[in-house]
Each structure stands twice: as C-alpha cells, then as structure tokens.
Design a protein around this ligand. Structure first.
Ligand code: SF4
Length: 61
C-alpha cells in the first residue's frame, strides 16, 4: 500500500489535508499535520490533499 511522507518543517498547519481527507490526516495541537494511517487506502482523497497542500509538503513515498 502507498505511504505518504509529510515534510513537517514545511507544513504551515492550514488544515486543508485534514479537511479533504480526515481519515488520513490530522492537525496536531502544534499545528503540524500527521498521518493517522501508515498505509493509505483512500487514494483519491489523499491525492487531492497532496495536490491541494499550499506548500507542497505532502509526497508519496
Ligand atoms: S495541507 Fe499541507 S500545509 Fe496544510 S496542514 Fe496539510 S500538510 Fe500542512
């Protein structure tokens, strides 16, 4: 299953990934996105989040 890498140093905590794909991403209390799952099964919404991230800090591994 595909995995996603989050570049935590680039994330600005905008919340778009969580809004688009709440089963995969969650914004931590310190305003950095984290993954809720290791293996991503909902590929369309994860791809939408990757494409939407304003600082392009989400990438498939
Ligand atoms: S969309 Fe990108 S910048 Fe915004 S919270 Fe998610 S990972 Fe961070």
């Amino acid at each position: 299953m595909p995995r996603i890498h989050i570049d935590a140093t680039e994330c600005i905590g905008c919340g778009a990934c969580e809004e688009l794909c709440p089963g995969v991403f969650r914004i931590r209390d310190d305003a950095v996105s984290e993954l809720l799952v290791e293996d991503v099964t909902d590929l369309p919404c994860a791809q939408e989040a990757i494409d939407t991230c304003p600082v392009e800090c989400l990438h498939w591994e």
